[in-house]
Design a protein around this ligand. Structure first.
Ligand code: RB5
Length: 143
C-alpha cells in the first residue's frame, strides 16, 4: 500500500497522481487534504510519514507547493527517508543507494509528466542493499 497526502498547494497534483495509481491498479490510502482551502502541510506530512514509519505503507507520496516542506517534515520521522527532486537520475539512485521510502513533489514547481515519470522510477526501482545497507542503517541512527 502507498500512503499519499498533500496540502492545498499540492492538492491538484495529488488528485492527478491518484488517477495514475488507479489506472495502474496500485493500492493507496489518501491521508488528505481534501481541497484547495489553505491547510498546514506538517499535518499531512506527519500522517504519511507515520504510515511509512510503522510499515502500514510500503512507500509514501507527498505533494505541496514545492515539495520541500513535506520532505523536511517527513524526514523528522525515524525510519523515513524522503526525497524531493525533479532529476530522474537522483530519483533512481535514491532508491538504489539510499532506499528512499517517501517522495515529495511540488504542485507549483513540477509538471505532471515529469512527476509521473519520476514516480514510476521511484516505485519500480529496488534498493541495491550490499554496501549501501550499512550506510542506510547509519542514517537511521542519526536522530
Ligand atoms: C503553502 O503555501 C506552501 O508553503 C506549501 O505548499 C509548501 O510549498 C511548503 O513547503
Amino acid at each position: 500500500m502507498i500512503a499519499i497526502g498533500a496540502d492545498h498547494g499540492g492538492f491538484e497534483l495529488k488528485e492527478k497522481i491518484k488517477a495514475y495509481l488507479d489506472e495502474k491498479g496500485i493500492e493507496y490510502v489518501d491521508y488528505g487534504c481534501n481541497g484547495t482551502e489553505s491547510v498546514d502541510y506538517p499535518v499531512y506530512a506527519e500522517k504519511v510519514a507515520e504510515a511509512v514509519a510503522t510499515k502500514q505503507a510500503e512507500k509514501g507520496i507527498l505533494c505541496c507547493g514545492t515539495g520541500l516542506g513535506m520532505m523536511l517534515c517527513a524526514n523528522k520521522k525515524e525510519g523515513v527517508r524522503a526525497i524531493c527532486t525533479n532529476d530522474s537520475f537522483s530519483v533512481k539512485f535514491s532508491r538504489l543507494h539510499n532506499n528512499a521510502n517517501v517522495i515529495a513533489f511540488g504542485g507549483r514547481t513540477m509538471g505532471i509528466e515529469a512527476v509521473l515519470y519520476n514516480l514510476e522510477i521511484f516505485l519500480n526501482t529496488p534498493f541495491e542493499a550490499g554496501r549501501h545497507q550499512k550506510r542506510v542503517e547509519m542514517y537511521d541512527t542519526i536522530l
